[in-house]
Design a protein around this ligand. Structure first.
Ligand SMILES: CC(=O)SCCNC(=O)CCNC(=O)[C@H](O)C(C)(C)COP(=O)(O)OP(=O)(O)OC[C@H]1O[C@@H](n2cnc3c(N)ncnc32)[C@H](O)[C@@H]1OP(=O)(O)O
Length: 207
């Protein structure tokens, strides 16, 4: 069962979307943490301070954290910090997502509106499956991956740690994408991609 309250980490564009999903599934956001208090506060949240500080109020309370950070490396680092402090990093799944019962999903992962995850897919920790993306059967997504809105991963695709698959991209079945890869919006990936590469176009070319 989900805890009733969370602390939202980060409070910009991606965090707004996460906040929306959190509230829709009936959780309460007790406040947000960020480097400084945000100028814009669309969800009327209380500023709790910066989670990097040792005296951050969240460290003395037994409330799980929800990650509102879009950057893959930063999200992974903050998640590690929260776990080192002995706190829980909450998985957030929007109520409109359609997920097969035999999918595994790691802590800290966020699954946004209208996402589909099919049979036997494995989703790591701190992953973002953004609006309407499709993760087909037996895909394996490592930690801190971000699949952007509308992207389609066909069956048995592997995506390495911290890689980003741009909006509306398509990855052919069985393709292996390395770690720290960036795939541009609207790309079509038909061959394996080595670690650390940036790829755009149809068919995808390394730039
Ligand atoms: C909810 C959300 O908003 S989630 C975020 C969703 N956003 C996205 O999916 C956007 C993903 N980002 C992109 O597509 C970016 O263009 C990137 C990361 C691939 C490349 O960005 P940069 O490194 O700044 O590359 P830059 O803009 O200099 O372009 C380099 C070359 O690649 C080409 N290029 C860049 N992006 C693409 C693309 N998506 N498709 C085809 N060609 C592209 C450029 O035209 C340029 O070509 P040229 O050298 O022939 O002139």
């Amino acid at each position: 069962m989900l805890d009733k309250e969370v602390i939202l980490v980060g409070y910009s564009g991606h965090a707004y979307v996460v906040a929306d999903a959190i509230l829709d599934i009936g959780l309460n956001i007790v406040g947000y943490s960020d480097k400084v208090e945000a100028n814009s506060n669309p969800y009327d949240l209380i500023y709790l301070g910066f989670e990097i500080e040792t005296n951050f109020v969240g460290w003395s309370r037994e409330i799980p954290f929800a990650l509102g950070i879009g950057d893959n490396k930063l999200r992974q680092n903050i998640s590690n910090l929260i776990e080192e402090k002995g706190k829980v990093v909450q998985t957030i799944i929007d109520k409109t997502a359609v997920i097969s019962k035999n999918v595994s999903i790691g802590s800290g992962t966020f699954i946004n509106k209208n996402v589909t995850v099919n049979s036997l897919a494995k989703i790591g920790k701190n992953v973002i499956l953004n609006t309407g993306c499709i993760i087909e059967h037996e895909c394996s997504l490592h930690d801190a991956v971000h699949i952007a809105p509308g992207a389609v991963l066909a069956g048995n695709v592997t995506v390495g740690e911290r890689s980003f698959v741009g909006a509306n991209s398509v990855v052919k079945q069985g393709v292996n994408i390395g770690k720290d890869v960036i795939i541009g919006a609207g790309s079509v990936i038909i061959t394996n991609i080595p670690d650390g590469k940036k790829v755009v176009g149809n068919p995808g070319r390394i730039i």
